[in-house]
Design a protein around this ligand. Structure first.
Ligand SMILES: [Zn+2]
Length: 130
């Protein structure tokens, strides 16, 4: 027996098909479906935000997109969902388009961070500047 062969996740997706992802080592499920990761998944979904009113936010909830981090987290969840679907041209297109949006969001986020750093330098220091 070779234990290096990755097992396929046993979960059944919303579409009724078997999850196409590899199970995690020592688990019967992939990261997205492993019950042990429910807390991690919730955290990933709401990184930068907080679970509203302590409710358990499962799929189908409306997301509050207030920060780039919220958008990126949402995109990550969306891509994860797509990856559980059977491979197809439209799935590939959807993933590519989400990835493109994520890259733009991250670029904006980085620019904001750099701008903040610049502003802090200009306004925050001794003020004498150049
Ligand atoms: Zn899975």
């Amino acid at each position: 027996m070779g234990d290096s062969t990755a097992m396929q996740c046993e979960a059944i997706t919303r579409g009724g098909t078997r999850c196409q992802l590899a199970a995690r080592p020592g688990s019967r499920w992939c990261w997205w479906h492993d019950p042990a990761n429910a807390a991690d998944r919730a955290a990933a979904r709401h990184r930068g935000g907080k679970a509203r009113h302590g409710r358990d936010l499962a799929g189908g909830e409306a997301y509050e997109l207030r920060e780039v981090a919220d958008v990126v987290a949402l995109l990550g969840v969306a891509v994860g969902d797509l990856l559980t679907l059977e491979n197809s041209v439209s799935r590939a297109r959807a993933i590519a388009s989400l990835a493109t949006v994520a890259v733009r969001a991250l670029e904006v986020s980085e620019l904001e961070a750099r701008l903040s750093a610049l502003e802090a330098r200009l306004g925050g220091d001794d003020g004498k500047g150049v």
